[in-house]
Design a protein around this ligand. Structure first.
Ligand code: PEP
Ligand code: MN
Length: 256
């Protein structure tokens, strides 16, 4: 049985880009608990492009996320980029781990994470590398699969482009996730419209496109006060906007 594949409805992951404070985490989780969310997300270690901005609250944030899991019975997922992150996340009972786009580009680092994950029965999601390379993405997925974790899923979050050359922050290059789906029909694939678009007014249209293409799920950044967010402010949506988005999504049954 797949952790990520729901018959007929998307596996929905929501929560803020970054865990900023205990209040922000609990406020978001309270709002999301009433919706059909399968997994709460929050970044604890943030891979910022340039130094000098918020890089995450680290271990302290794991305490807040543990509270979300215990108080709301809502599983939590975090990004891990170092073996030490894996050790800490597991110490706080985090349910799901994911590998970010800037880590998937580096096979040495992915292998270090795979070695640290050996035999650990957690679901792990692997974001596509920032560059448009299906084999590199698949290679990251295979390294984690060989570690014998519970299950591996793919997250499509778009591909870097020179600024201004794409309508979105990261180009979707839909042919790449389609190729991945064709080569690995068994694999769950989740779309991240937040990091693809980089702007909240476009999140719904990309989420719908992913549903039309029979993706298995969505990861959507959600913040109680998006304009004040400490990272990715332009693309986060409120829990209320997420509820509207989910209600308006048209889900077509997969026939293949
Ligand atoms: C994130 O999910 O907040 C994140 C940093 O994503 P990505 O690795 O896709 O840039
Ligand atoms: Mn983000």
């Amino acid at each position: 049985m797949s952790y990520f594949k729901n018959a007929g409805k998307p596996f929905v992951i929501a929560g803020p880009c970054s865990a900023e404070s205990q209040e922000q985490i609990l406020e978001t989780a309270t709002a999301l608990k009433t919706m059909q969310i399968q997994l709460f997300r929050a970044g604890v270690w943030k891979p910022r492009t340039r130094p000098g901005s918020f890089e995450g609250n680290g271990e302290q944030a794991l305490e807040w996320l543990q509270e979300v899991q215990e108080r709301y019975q809502l599983p939590v997922g975090v990004e891990v980029a170092e073996p030490a992150h894996i050790e800490l996340a597991l110490k706080y009972g985090i349910s799901v781990l994911w590998i970010g786009a800037r880590t998937t580009v580096n096979p040495f680092q992915v292998q270090k994470l795979a070695d640290a994950l050996r035999g650990v029965k957690v679901p792990v999601m692997v974001k596509n590398p920032v560059n448009p390379d299906t084999d590199l993405w698949l290679g990251g997925i295979e390294r984690i699969e060989r570690a014998d974790v519970q299950e591996v899923a793919a997250i499509h979050r778009g591909f870097s482009s020179y600024k201004g050359s794409s309508a979105y922050r990261n180009q979707p290059n839909w042919a790449i996730p389609v190729e991945l789906k064709r080569r690995r029909r068994d694999l769950a694939i989740i779309c991240d419209p937040s990091h693809i678009t980089g702007r909240r007014d476009k999140v719904a249209e990309v989420a719908q496109k992913a549903m039309d293409m029979h993706f298995d799920g969505l990861m959507i950044e959600t913040h109680p006060n998006p304009d004040e967010a400490w990272s990715d402010a332009a693309q986060q949506i409120t829990p209320q906007a997420l509820q509207t988005l989910l209600l308006e999504l048209v889900i077509r049954q997969q026939y293949s």
